[in-house]
Design a protein around this ligand. Structure first.
Ligand SMILES: [Mn+2]
Length: 377
């Protein structure tokens, strides 16, 4: 990769890292408010500002302005920002993409100009229109660094190749590499990535919380915001103090309402695990009132899937409707949780401190808007 930005953090204060905002400007602003973001903090936005959410242009404008006015704000490119390159290279496939994906930065810009793309639209026409009307934004996006390197950290959207000189990582790999936590690198400093929703790595109880792998020196922070039904926008915080090692913490925001637990509920220990991308095929073994014992095909793992989340297709095969927790969660009276799904029989799907699972129905009470602002982590 060619675009590597060298940076030096002062040895005290905070570094706040956020990735995969995907056009969710309101969530971004709520998250900055929740962490009490201040211009004294470093703020690293680690790729995928746009696409999928409803306000990509808003996120791009907001971060352009924030970084222009504050030398401690830095942004790396993600695979979604690389769309700009496809535009500049006049890739005709971009037209198909824009027809298929309504929530796209380029479609939002074109809509402002009263222009709608269809299959017959010419890519040169789109390029000319956008370059003439959004020259600063396009320049800013196309100049974003692929990685930011400091004394102790490398910030890159998706990952690095496991090679002696990490700087030789192919740029496309750096912004598209899947599942980096399952891989390794030899950069000898922490590599902080987004791109791969954390729920894909879940084992016992599914979660979208950041994962720190000390042995591999990888920190993964993509909460699956705007991509996963139960996703969240994470802020990973590095607290620096000159006399001691950096301390890590995190928090998140999502769009689920907060509730207070009125009665204890203990999870059944056998109820663990989750169905996540890409293993959605299951074979039901034993159907019960609320959950069906299933074998996850390929991994052969046994899971209890909520009956409402099981689908049978025309060929008779069974799949999970979407990513779903197969875990129950222990909650105590007074806990604050958020509610993901209350449409199923007998049990509600909730999130507690980022962990997702089922609790028995009718033991939670919705908080007022003011009370609901209590931080769950
Ligand atoms: Mn990405």
């Amino acid at each position: 990769m060619k675009k590597i930005k060298a940076l030096s953090f002062s040895n005290k204060g905070r570094v706040i890292v956020i990735s995969d905002i995907h056009g969710e400007l309101k969530l971004l602003k709520r998250l900055l408010e929740k962490v009490n973001y201040d211009t004294e903090d470093y703020l690293i936005i680690n790729g995928d500002l746009c696409e999928k959410g409803s306000n990509s242009k808003g996120v791009v404008s907001y971060l352009m302005e924030l970084s222009a006015n504050n030398p401690k704000v830095h942004v790396t490119e993600g695979n979604c920002e690389a769309l700009i390159e496809e535009l500049l290279n006049e890739n005709p496939k971009l037209i198909n993409y824009l027809c298929a994906r309504k929530n796209s930065l380029l479609n939002e810009w074109l809509e402002l100009l009263g222009f709608h793309v269809n299959e017959k639209t010419n890519i040169q026409e789109v390029k000319e229109l956008l370059i003439n009307n959004f020259p600063e934004e396009i320049k800013w996006l196309s100049e974003l660094p692929t990685a930011i390197e400091t004394d102790d950290y490398i910030f890159v959207h998706a990952g690095l190749e496991n090679i002696e000189n990490w700087k030789e990582t192919d740029r496309k790999t750096a912004i598209t590499l899947p599942s980096f936590l399952d891989k390794s690198h030899c950069a000898n400093k922490y590599v902080i990535v987004g791109h791969w929703p954390l729920i894909n790595y879940s084992s016992n109880i599914p979660a979208n919380n950041p994962i720190i792998d000390k042995a591999k020196k990888i920190i993964a922070i993509d909460g699956g915001n705007a991509v996963k039904a139960t996703g969240q926008l994470n802020a990973f915080i590095i607290n620096r103090a000159s006399s001691s090692p950096d301390v890590f913490s995190y928090t998140y925001v999502d769009n689920f309402p907060n509730f207070k637990v009125l009665k204890d509920f203990s999870a059944e220990p056998k109820m663990q695990g989750s169905i996540t991308y890409p293993l959605y095929n299951i074979a039901p073994v034993e159907k019960n009132d609320h959950f069906t014992l299933c074998k996850l095909l390929k991994s052969n793992q046994s899971l209890y899937v909520k009956n409402e989340y099981i689908l049978q297709n025309e060929t008779g095969h069974f799949t999970a409707k979407t990513d779903v927790s197969c875990a129950q969660i222990t909650v105590r009276k007074g806990d604050i949780v958020s509610l993901i799904d209350d449409t199923c029989k007998g049990y509600d799907l909730i999130k507690k401190d980022g962990l997702e699972g089922w609790i028995v129905k009718d033991i939670i009470l919705e908080l007022s808007e003011k009370e609901g602002k209590i931080n769950v982590i």
